[in-house]
Write a protein that binds this ligand. Structure first.
Ligand code: GLN
Length: 224
């Protein structure tokens, strides 16, 4: 299995390090041809406006959209923003989005309260990957000027929320997004979870198909 990491800007090296720890072949993606032959793609944390503009400058936006419609893609933090169909509080002048994931994110949701924080989050989807001492699938999540998900479409499954209900991890079929940075935690389970998605897709499994796991009461209003 070969997984690409968008390497225009941000903490792509940390993702590559995690993937190598898991014995996966990796590729840095900077140009459209770099997407050829990949089984999945990670969009790292960093600065989403910069990444989006660089992707547009390198003629990578349409290839990224086409790839994301067909293949497993995981966005962390800025990568989550890039995947979203809509981002609130963009910088003046706007920002290009890949736009394939049916969520609305607020780019600077935590900005005015606290820029960065860490918290142990219950993530039931990780339960199968969890060690016996940690049966809840709790994950130590690092948030750095993080976005939050403020609205989800009917096919989006909520994987994790903060104690106040704020949505911070979602999945829509073959697309995964986390507002925090598993590449910065000393924990490989989110990467293993994504690799399992990619392996399922490579086998032509149901993981590629948007499931009906959404519609679970997590739909929230978009603030105006
Ligand atoms: N808030 C940043 C953005 O808009 C994302 C921060 C991050 O990736 N750590 O891109």
């Amino acid at each position: 299995m070969k997984i690409g990491v968008l390497a225009l800007q941000g903490d792509f090296r940390e993702h590559i390090h995690k993937l190598r720890q898991l014995g996966v072949e990796t590729a840095e993606v900077r140009l459209p041809d770099d997407l050829v032959g990949l089984d999945g793609l990670i969009l790292p944390g960093g600065e989403s406006t910069t990444m989006g503009k660089l992707a547009a400058a390198f003629d990578l936006l349409e290839p990224l959209r086409a790839f994301s419609r067909e293949h497993p893609v995981w966005g962390t933090c800025a990568g989550m923003i890039l995947l979203a169909r809509e981002a609130l509080h963009q910088k003046r002048g706007g920002q290009p989005l890949i736009g394939v994931l049916d969520i609305v994110v607020d780019r600077n949701y935590f900005g005015r309260q606290v820029d960065s924080f860490e918290i142990d989050l219950p993530v039931p989807a990780l339960a199968n990957l969890t060690s016996p001492g940690d049966p809840e699938g709790s994950f130590h999540a690092v948030f750095i000027r993080a976005p939050a998900v403020v609205a989800v479409g009917p096919n989006v499954e909520v994987l994790a929320t903060l104690p106040d209900g704020t949505i911070v991890a979602v999945r829509q079929g073959h697309l995964l997004a986390t507002a925090f940075h598993p590449e910065l935690s000393n924990d490989l389970r989110f990467h293993r979870y994504f690799l399992a998605m990619a392996a399922g897709a490579a086998l032509g499994g149901a993981d590629r198909v948007t499931t009906a796991a959404g519609g679970n009461g997590h739909r929230v209003a978009v603030p105006t």
